[in-house]
Design a protein around this ligand. Structure first.
Ligand code: SF4
Length: 320
């Protein structure tokens, strides 16, 4: 119950205090992407951050970046992608929609501007566990993150007092923050050790009583997944919820970051996915008019409406 408001307060705090792009609930696996979802992913800007921000506020599909479509001659998506023609067409459509590709007369596509490979620097993965007395599968999750080493740093964020016994159980490379979601105080209890992101890793897939299934992950696969994670965090951000249709909900602010779903009836930030007619305080009403893009814009290197580059087009009928 406490995890959601804790997570949003931490995201708001990081947005207010760091120069990072902050995203929530981002896949952190390669062989089994659904097997590991990171609570918070923070992306440090690289030298080409501004170039990336000029492209599009959305997530650029990985297949579009990896394709043979460049800034020069327009290409037929069916031959420029390493996948089925249907998937190539769908990805190209999406890339056109978000302004990463443009469509030429004749139906070919090209990049509107070069994709900047060097737009992000370090990635920090954060696992939230406000109450260390109910750790659940926290240790397994942290071991997975350290073993695959996709993030440069892995952090455990908690509201609990952290004892020496806790620290001994948590993998050594994992940094520990104690964070107060009410005051925004963040204490670094233990610094994280940098992980070897540029080399290969080992993905922990499934734990059985007497063995753990693992899979090797190459350096190239990791580099690709890191870009995916950075792209996902860039496009998605952390205000990923819809406000519920209840008269008690309003948009609240923490440390200057607006857009947190605050319930006046409960007197706290709530998880909108858990709000509904079964709640005793439910008061049917239109959801509040909250512009989350506006709340995000200007708070991080993410830009809501890049100038000049994005030309919205749709339809690739000529190559249908
Ligand atoms: S449904 Fe309940 S928890 Fe959700 S906003 Fe309304 S009163 Fe608050």
């Amino acid at each position: 119950m406490r995890e959601f408001p804790f997570e949003l307060a931490l995201c708001a705090h990081l947005e207010a205090t760091e120069d990072w792009v902050v995203g929530r609930q981002i896949g952190g696996g390669v062989r089994a992407p659904a097997n590991r979802i990171l609570d918070v992913v923070c992306v440090e800007p690289g030298p080409e951050m501004d170039t990336r921000a000029e492209l599009t506020p959305e997530t650029v599909p990985d297949a579009a970046v990896e394709s043979d479509v460049g800034v020069g001659r327009a290409r037929d998506p069916r031959t420029a992608f390493d996948c089925s023609p249907e998937h190539a067409r769908a990805v190209a459509e999406r890339a056109v929609e978000i302004g990463f590709f443009e469509r030429e007369v004749g139906g070919g596509v090209r990049q509107v501007a070069r994709y900047p490979d060097d737009w992000f620097g370090r990635i920090v993965g954060i696992e939230n566990k406000p109450d260390l007395d109910s750790p659940g599968d926290l240790l397994t999750q942290l071991r997975k993150d350290v073993s695959i080493a996709l993030a440069d740093e892995v952090i455990l964020a908690t509201e609990s007092y952290v004892t020496g016994a806790h620290l001994n159980r948590i993998p050594e490379a994992v940094g520990v923050w104690r964070f107060d979601p009410e005051t925004g105080d963040r204490e670094v209890v233990r610094e994280a050790e940098p992980l070897a992101t540029s080399g290969p890793g080992v993905e922990l897939l499934e734990k059985h009583p007497l063995r753990t299934d693992v899979a090797p992950v190459s350096a190239d696969e990791k580099a690709r997944q890191r870009r995916r994670m950075a792209e996902r965090a860039y496009g998605k951000g952390w205000r990923t919820y819809d406000f519920p249709a209840c008269g008690e909900i309003e948009s609240a602010e923490r440390e200057g970051s607006d857009g947190l779903p605050y319930c006046a009836w409960k007197g706290r930030v709530v998880n909108p996915t858990e709000c509904g007619p079964n709640c005793p305080g439910h008061d049917p009403a239109d959801p509040p008019d909250v512009d989350v893009a506006d709340a995000r814009d200007g708070r991080t290197p993410w830009v809501a409406e890049p100038e000049g580059k994005a030309r919205r087009q749709s339809g690739l009928d000529r190559f249908g």
